[in-house]
Design a protein around this ligand. Sequence first.
Ligand SMILES: Cc1cc2nc3c(=O)[nH]c(=O)nc-3n(C[C@H](O)[C@H](O)[C@H](O)COP(=O)(O)OP(=O)(O)OC[C@H]3O[C@@H](n4cnc5c(N)ncnc54)[C@H](O)[C@@H]3O)c2cc1C
Length: 498
Amino acid sequence: MNHHRPRIVVVGAGIGGLSAAISLAARGARVTVAERLDRPGGKMGEVRAEGFRWDTGPSVITMQHVYEKLFSLAGRALDDYLELTPLHPITRYFWPDGVMIDALADEAAMYEVIRDTFGPEDANGYRRFMRYARRLHDIVGGPFLYRHKPSWRDLLSLPLADVLRIDALRTMHQAIASYFKSPHLVQLFDRFATYNGSSPYRAPATLNVIAYVEMAQGAWYPRGGVFEFARAWERLANELGVEIRYGEPVQEICVRSGVAEGVRLAGGAVLPADAVVCNVDYVWAQRTLLPAHGRKRAEVLEPSCSGFVMLLGIRGEFPHLAHHNIFFTQNYPREFEDIFDRRIAPSDPTLYLCITSKSDPDHAPAGCENWFILVNAPALSEAFDWSSQGEHYAQHIRALLAARLARAGIAFSPSDAVLLERRLTPLDLQATYGGHRGAIYGFSSNTRTTAFMRPGNRDGQIRRLYYASGSVHPGGGVPLVTLSGMAAAEQAARDLGL
Ligand SMILES: Cc1cc2nc3c(=O)[nH]c(=O)nc-3n(C[C@H](O)[C@H](O)[C@H](O)COP(=O)(O)OP(=O)(O)OC[C@H]3O[C@@H](n4cnc5c(N)ncnc54)[C@H](O)[C@@H]3O)c2cc1C
């Protein structure tokens, strides 16, 4: 038993930071979290106005087992902190030609949905695809997700047959297109590339594992809103004695003789520490918190996509819409060319519409709904200026939404129905959370090598400095970021003898 209880400072109370703080406090460390905002959750935030309530970031929660593991590390049961309700359907998909299906996390039921809409051949293709995606999950789950950052050696240590079966030589789209005849289904499964901000036409087929995670394991909604998730993490951290200081921006991670020794707060005070865990976006942290450090390697990695969010307070109720709805574009390749090649806000994007008042009626006044619309957008660059073009783009998206709803037989007039509107552009995402170029999932996975290039959870040069966020191993999205916090904590604990 180690009687010295190491003191650890975590910079940022996003899900990655809280996950690291919980894992370290559960091992006996004294943990302080310094967070710039006045609330937990980082990108997982909420907005309330005039009787409406919206989540502003994540809306789809997958991989429940990851959160259960974190809570059990602390000797707690997730159920006592958070009511995760399975979504049924997970998502309602609408296509421009009027086709509509509900995606279900029950393979037999989904088989029937596909057979009835697209015919038996695609239903069998779906079965084969799910078997293939499960194999991917079984192979890559170990080396790429649930453990430390993979090295080329990990890949070499896989049996040759497995190396071929992780399917890194085809793109996601190429693999999916080999299972389905219907372009609708190809598009449906292609969309999972966006779960970590990538393009299905570039990302390696290995990422088809994401479809397995959602379509076989399911997706959940935290009762009360996704922000309740961040509140649950905060409550557990508090119970474990973690001190969370809100409204406390960190100005510098203090490094002496190659060792992280604590942080300097904006007010000038120094919090000394035996180790520092950085939850701030990796590139942003290199630039703003470790200025003398000046390493550039990660800046050459392509950022993931960003997002354009509209929060609408809607008069009226729309029984044909589900909790999660997708309105696909006609031209999916062009949407990704706009985002990753032309780097402009896509002119005819797929629209994602989430309505939590379908599950929690008190998220909107009686007779109203709280609409959250997300459009995938490019990472910030000189190619698109949100400050001058954002207003026009918002009007375009409203009109597009009305047109897509009309094609689905749903009457919606923005000028009558929209009672209030709030927006978050990539500029806001960068300014609010400190995300490099407004990227919402760290780096894209648009190349085969990203899993190896992405920074690990322990700094390569500065001792006692660790990273827990979507911009480091194993990547973006709530479940992976939680794993990132657990992995950073595990490495710090090993180094500190905890
Ligand atoms: C619109 C949107 C939709 C999304 N949808 C989904 C989804 O459906 N499912 C999913 O799984 N994921 C989704 N994501 C991604 C998910 O939100 C992120 O991957 C995850 O929340 C990132 O967590 P993090 O801990 O890495 O970083 P963050 O949440 O960015 O946390 C970093 C924290 O550091 C703080 N900070 C920054 N600088 C400083 C400083 N100098 N001092 C102190 N604190 C600082 C920030 O304020 C922030 O709280 C979405 C994201 C967005 C924006």
